[in-house]
Design a protein around this ligand. Structure first.
Ligand code: GLA
Length: 376
């Protein structure tokens, strides 16, 4: 199965961990529709780890925990589909999942068939407890092939955290997205760390196999499974802007049943979603800028209609002045062209003069522009 733009949806792990149930999933499905998330493109509803019993049945099949899912997983899938959403589940390339439930090692084909029989559309595939003598690429190839042969279109979401040089072999496994870094936590340090680690991996992102920077922590405010200190709204805004700009899948991780207005505004920014979903899926380009310290990240990205996206991200706790010479994006003054910019959060419009974009950014803040190439 191939997905031409980064997958978008919701995943249970960040907030709920093992506290998942049919009721939660049904309410979340309802909310994805009623809050307009589905309309904006968030279409996958994914149940992460901790959904099964600790033992397989007598035929070697995985069994949904009846205490959490009393009507079985097919009923959950049917409900999710009835709301117009796609249904995702989770397994692992090892003997156990990361939380200690049965993994799919040596059960790849039977598990792929089980997922297909339940109506699963997306499988996140983790990397805990895997055999130390079988390289990961073989484990992911197995499941990739099993999914391609299970009789249902299932998006393969690899989750080997960038370990063992994942970028070198992940596309060959059939994965449609791959976790390029370790787990996110609801802190600014975590967001910053994952952002910086991504820098060497941009060239591997592209149509059909997307670098997954992990689920979003927007709107968690320190509550839930990976909720530690939490972040401020400005930090969530910049976190979301980076994930969207860099072409990561956008998987919401907060409890959407109780989102506040700030969270909704961040998760549903139409212009950022358009940049994320731009059909060229060009890699972001890190720019040097002028006098940019190590906490000021400047990026550009080519978009489908000749536009350029420009992202200025202040990762630091002090205000910062972004200075960008348009020579870096291919528009020196000698071309007779410049950029007319619109900022996606404030609607601010400006035309760059003297081939130099200057913008002061508050601590942790960002500006993301969509730029049109116009005559000087
Ligand atoms: C790993 C993954 C997480 C989550 C947990 C579940 O840590 O990277 O995204 O799926 O396992 O146990």
């Amino acid at each position: 199965m191939i997905k031409l733009t980064p997958p978008m949806g919701w995943n249970s792990w960040n907030t709920f961990g093992e506290n998942i149930s049919e009721k939660l999933i049904m309410e979340t499905a309802d909310t994805m529709v009623s809050e307009g998330l589905l309309e904006k493109g968030y279409e996958y509803l994914v149940i992460d780890d901790c959904w099964s019993l600790k033992e397989r049945d007598e035929k070697g099949r995985l069994v949904a925990d009846p205490a959490k899912f009393p009507n079985g997983m097919k009923a959950v899938a049917d409900y999710v589909h009835s709301r117009g959403l796609k249904f995702g589940m989770y397994s692992c390339a090892g003997n156990l999942t990361c939380a200690g439930y049965p993994g799919s090692f040596e059960h790849e084909f039977i598990d792929a068939d089980t997922f297909a029989s339940w109506g699963v559309d997306f499988l996140k595939y983790d990397y805990c407890y895997h055999s130390p003598i079988i390289p990961g690429k073989y484990l992911y190839r197995r499941m990739g092939l099993a999914l391609e042969n299970c009789g249902r279109d299932i998006l393969f979401s690899a989750c080997s955290w960038g370990a063992d040089e994942t970028h070198e072999w992940i596309k060959e496994t059939g994965a449609g997205m791959w976790r390029s870094t370790g787990d996110i936590f609801d802190t600014w340090e975590s967001v910053k760390d994952l952002t910086k680690q991504q820098a060497r991996l941009h060239p591997y992102n592209g149509v059909g196999c997307f670098n997954d920077m992990d689920m979003l922590v927007v709107g968690m405010y320190g509550k839930g499974n990976v909720g530690l200190a939490g972040c401020s709204d400005v930090q969530y805004k910049t976190h979301y802007s980076i994930w969207a700009f860099m072409g990561s899948p956008l998987m919401i991780g907060c409890d959407i049943r109780s989102m506040n207005q700030a969270t909704k505004d961040i998760l549903m920014n139409p212009e950022l979603i358009a940049i994320n979903q731009d059909k060229l899926c060009r890699q972001p380009v890190r720019l040097a800028g002028i006098w940019a310290g190590e906490d000021l990240l400047l990026y550009s990205r080519q978009l489908d209609n000749g536009d350029l996206a420009i992202g200025l991200f202040n990762m630091g706790e002090n205000k910062a002045m972004a200075n960008l010479n348009l020579d870096e994006v291919g528009l020196p003054m000698s071309t007779g062209k410049t950029l007319r910019l619109k900022e996606v959060w404030t609607g601010e419009e400006r035309t760059v003069t003297n081939a130099t974009l200057r913008k002061e950014l508050a601590p942790f803040d960002c500006a993301v522009y969509r730029g049109k190439v116009v005559d000087l």
